[in-house]
Design a protein around this ligand. Structure first.
Ligand SMILES: *Cc1c(COP(=O)(O)O)cnc(C)c1O
Length: 364
């Protein structure tokens, strides 16, 4: 008898996640780099956070404060880092759950200082430097020096822990040795202005890992915030040809259930207008073909090209919000209603799947 679990399911292989965390943090550790394990892609999943922490991620980080609040309740022993620069309206909640945050605005920092004072805590601050990706970060040297000096001397409930940067998000900018050297220069300017050495220089996320692997990371960069490179572990290999021995690409898989199989024409019949998303796709007439429908759709994983069928011969034809349509004419094995099909998932699909209330997370 089939176990009574519901589908679709996002399956999480705990052993493989542990291996990835261990291998990546070991490589970083040899280069003198501490890792914050980023769990936003699995919507702050506490099981994943615990595994990553136990396997070398000193900090656990997310961009969403609500995820950190849940982690703080479940794992009060794990140090938490907020990645998205806090909102002024979040200051009171922030200082209660996260001991450190990335920051780029003096008004926000003043609000966090007041909140930390009220809560009786010292909050650690990483000042974000803009290096060209054009998301968060201070661009002009005079400004980051002024902000750092005010945090250092004027905001008594904050501790300036260090500097950081973010690349490869909005502006698609590659983290290079030169960019990392610019971060070190900015750090040293701040240090000479405040008269002490900073503890942390945070050189980005998973896209900075190739610099570590190639031995090109400047020695002063001693911190990275890694999610994709541990939890999903595909982008550096697929996009830059950098794979890390001992890591797994299949920590996470999507399992979805077949709800109809039938031979049908491959070209829609009637007057072609719009699909469910106001799109006007084109359809190739390949005659009658065997098709299957799955009980999972774009509301769960967002985009077709973010999921890849594991079974050879299966082709994804399209999807609406709640259905995925497959061509199974050449599938390797017979597919029937009730069968489960497995899909490889890209980072962005995981991010959507893990927030869909209809997708269960299952640990194996
Ligand atoms: C999401 C995020 C990261 C981690 O990115 P990955 O590509 O998953 O490693 C690091 N820093 C910031 C500021 C982020 O928002």
């Amino acid at each position: 008898m089939r176990e009574t679990v519901t589908y679709p399911a996002l399956e999480i292989d705990r052993k493989k996640l542990a291996d990835n965390a261990k291998v990546v943090t070991d490589i970083c550790s040899v280069a003198g780099i501490n890792v914050a394990g980023v769990v936003k892609v699995v919507s702050g999943d506490p099981v994943c956070a615990r595994i990553m922490h136990e396997n070398g991620c000193e900090w656990i980080a997310s961009s969403r404060l609500a995820q950190l609040e849940r982690l703080c309740r479940e794992h009060p022993d794990i140090p938490l880092l907020l990645l998205r620069v806090p909102m002024v309206s979040e200051a009171d909640r922030l200082v209660r759950v996260a001991s450190m945050s990335l920051n780029s605005d003096i008004d926000v920092l003043r609000a966090i200082d007041v909140a930390a004072g009220k809560a009786g805590v010292i909050h650690e601050v990483i000042l974000m430097i803009e290096l060209g990706d054009l998301r968060e970060g201070i661009w002009m040297a005079e400004e980051y020096i002024a902000v750092a000096s005010e945090v250092e001397d004027g905001l008594k409930n904050l501790h300036l822990a260090g500097t950081g940067t973010n690349l490869g998000c909005y502006g698609s900018i590659l983290p290079t040795k030169e960019k990392m050297e610019q971060l070190v220069v900015a750090t040293e300017r701040i240090e000479s202005s405040i008269g002490r050495r900073l503890d942390i220089v945070s050189g980005g996320g998973s896209t900075s890992l190739p610099l570590v692997v190639r031995g090109e990371m400047p020695p002063r960069v001693n911190h990275l915030r890694i999610g994709e490179g541990i939890v999903v572990c595909k982008d550096n290999e697929d996009l830059y040809g950098i794979s890390i021995d001992g890591t797994h690409r299949d920590v996470l898989t999507l399992k979805a259930e077949v709800i109809e199989t039938r031979v049908k024409p491959s070209h829609p019949i009637g007057e072609i207008a719009y699909d469910a998303f106001r799109g006007r796709p084109s359809y190739v007439d390949r005659g009658e073909r065997k098709r299957a429908l799955l009980g999972v759709g774009k509301l769960d994983y967002c985009r077709l090209d973010w999921i890849v069928p594991e079974m050879p011969g299966i082709e994804i034809l399209g999807a609406s919000s709640d259905h995925t349509i497959l061509d199974i004419e050449n599938a390797d094995s017979d597919i029937r209603v009730g069968d489960l099909l497995t899909f490889d998932v890209l980072y962005s699909a995981v991010a959507f799947l893990s927030i869909s209330s209809d997708v269960v997370k299952r640990y194996i």
